[in-house]
Ligand binder design. Sequence first.
Ligand code: FES
Length: 281
Amino acid sequence: MSKNPLRPYPATITEVRDESVGIKTFKVVLDDEEMMKDFNQEPGQCAQLSIMGVGEAMISITSPRTRSEYLEFSIAAVGKLTDVIHELEEGDKIALRGPLGSSFPYQKMQGKDLVFIAGGIGLAPLRSLINFVFDNREDYGHVDIIYGARSPKHLCFKEELFETWPSIDDVDLYLTVDGTDEDDNWDGRTGYVPDYLKDVDPDPEGRITVTCGPPIMIKFVLEALQDMGFEDEQIITTLELNMKCGIGKCGRCNIGNKYICLDGPVFDLTEIKELPIDKEL
Ligand code: FES
């Protein structure tokens, strides 16, 4: 989009949705129509969102480029900047630069069956790829989505989980929650995502898996997939650790000799195994 990757460009918030506990989704449109048209993010890429005088943060773009009239960001209120962003309303201004980072290898996935495995807000980066796949449905095979959250109230993207995605051909959804409260009215599964993955037991033949979620969930998901016989190249994940500048300048995101912002955030297990990342996963 931008000739100067360090320069944020003005944008307008056109919609704010309460997504789940402490998480809101912001629909954002760049003020420059040409820039918006040319933004062209790939599934899995991020953008830097900023508010003058407050700060900036790298956030996954959760909308696919096939819906190019807008960008969506699902944001948890976890600090000074995100707390301020949560106060913003439709019509308010924000600045953004991007797209930044690597993308999911969606071309390599064509013709394959796909398994998406996510926990909590980890569904946000996967959602850009899931909806990209559904917008190009004939290019991809069967889709399994295994998703869990702390409780029913913590599930993100409920309209898609319960209405839109189940109505799409050749898609199976497996939802679970860690636990419930009395008022949750939940008659679905209770338990952890890696255990549900083991029960679903997808056949590695012709399949690619994509996972994102809390580090402890990713650790057990990666172990389970390897036990099932998936090769390292069939296991893809996205890491969004400690990113600030997004362009390899600040040194905030390096793990070993890699920069998450330049070499990632998307990696397959072959690449993950080369990172000194044990303390992160
Ligand atoms: S975020 Fe600054 S070097 Fe990666």
